[in-house]
Design a protein around this ligand. Structure first.
Ligand code: LMR
Length: 417
């Protein structure tokens, strides 16, 4: 009964991890998946997470009952404040609806489903007409998630390969000419895969067009804290859009900034026009999110929510978390500087763009979009055993003091051919 089932291709990112694990070469390096590693190349359990786990382990009052459908209240009551700010008008007016999700992926999934079902401009439209514009390029899974949830992803110009930077004029033109009330996916900070973020002034220009055209901002925020090492700073774009009363939602993930990759803890936050039960009110939106959750997973998992809920609600632990985030973000920034120095000063490697290797230090967050072409990426993997995606992206978190010189040497060889 399944004889015509076609083979699906392996996932481009996780196939790299499998290839890396099977590779016996002693100098192999995994720069594929965006997962933080410490300076010894080992997974990093944040000290604050270790502490939270100890507290949970000693708490005999905890059981394994179902969580409410919307998630752990200690978590869902706090997660919106992290991204919007405790002083946000949307929070103070009770207009934010937060639901616990299966990490950022689950949040993207529900965000898309919610729009497909309830976004007024989509009413009566076919899936082909329910368009969500996504940056070219974007996280590989975005398009797959959105298509599976009843939307049609269409690229908007974002990255300029000629400058290895932001294609701002083209992006702004696209926003201006898109139909009013279009839906745009925006990466809140630390754009994946390019590491290219708009500056604050550029965000203001982008937001002005959103406001003028009534566009909807679908923010994906998977890296709050990772871009600059500061949680508030990395939430700036979202908070600015809220201040401009632009309709929006925000997907959050605690995989990266709390190192809770496998716990799948995240949230979807919708901003309603008012707090009440009437049309467009937070209570109505929340009731429909609960329906989505019940149909999909019934009740979300407990462990990650307990950890993050504890960190978000305890002042001392929250401060410790901020320190842990700085440790990770600053180690990545140090690796950017080291790789840049090696390519420019030690190897004098010909750069792929007009601005030398500056993009390695200018780009933000977990990833660098190196500018290497597919053939050079292939050489990195096949000859250097340095695992990276074919689009030229490297996860900076995979670099450390012991392997960065070897990686720079491989870059040099791949580029010189
Ligand atoms: C990545 O882009 O490497 C991460 O977000 C992991 C994933 O799920 O793809």
């Amino acid at each position: 009964v399944f004889h015509s089932t076609p083979f699906a291709p392996p996932d481009a990112i996780f196939a790299l991890t499998a290839g890396y694990q099977a590779d016996p070469f002693d100098k192999k390096v995994n720069l594929g998946v965006g997962a933080y590693r410490d300076n010894n190349g080992k997974p990093f359990v944040l000290p604050v997470v270790r502490k939270a786990k100890q507290i949970l382990a000693n708490d005999d009052s905890l059981d394994h009952e179902y969580l409410p459908i919307g998630g752990l209240p200690a978590f869902t009551n706090a997660t919106g404040k992290l991204i919007f700010g405790a002083d946000s008008p949307a929070i103070k007016e009770g207009r934010v609806v937060s639901i616990q999700t299966i990490s950022g992926t689950g949040a993207n999934h529900y965000g898309a489903e919610f729009l497909a079902r309830f976004y007024e401009p989509f009413k009566g439209k076919s899936q082909a007409e329910k368009v969500i514009y996504v940056s070219n390029p974007t996280w590989a899974n975005h398009k797959a998630i959105f298509s599976s949830c009843g939307l049609t992803p269409v690229d908007y110009p974002y990255y300029d390969p000629a400058t290895i930077g932001l294609a701002l004029p083209k992006f702004l033109d696209f926003l201006r000419t898109a139909p009013a009330q279009s839906v745009f996916l925006l990466h809140a900070c630390a754009h994946n895969p390019t590491g290219v973020d708009p500056t604050r002034e550029q965000w203001e220009e982008i937001a002005a067009i959103f406001k003028e055209k009534g566009h909807f901002a679908f923010f994906d925020c998977a890296y709050q804290g990772f871009a600059s090492g500061d949680l508030d700073n990395d939430a700036w774009a979202v908070r600015y859009f809220v201040s401009q009363s632009i309709p929006l939602l925000v997907c959050q993930s605690y995989a990266k900034n709390a190192g809770l990759y496998g716990e799948r803890i995240g949230a979807l936050n919708l901003v309603a026009s008012h707090a009440g039960e009437g049309e467009g009110g937070a209570a109505r939106l929340r009731s429909q999110l609960l329906v989505l959750q019940r149909q999909e997973i019934s009740n979300p998992p407990t462990f990650g929510a307990r950890i993050v809920g504890m960190i978000l609600n305890d002042d001392d632990m929250f401060e410790q978390w901020k320190g842990d985030i700085k440790t990770m973000a600053h180690r990545i920034i140090a690796m950017r500087e080291k790789l840049h120095d090696l390519l420019v000063n030690t190897y004098k490697t010909p750069a792929p763009g007009p601005n030398g290797w500056d993009h390695v230090v200018k780009q933000i967050g977990m990833f660098t979009f190196t500018g290497l072409n597919p053939e050079q990426c292939k050489a990195m993997v096949e000859r250097g055993h340095v695992y990276m995606t074919g689009n030229g992206r490297i996860s900076m978190a995979g670099l450390n003091e012991s392997n960065v010189e070897y990686v720079a040497e491989c870059f040099d060889k791949a580029i010189r051919g």
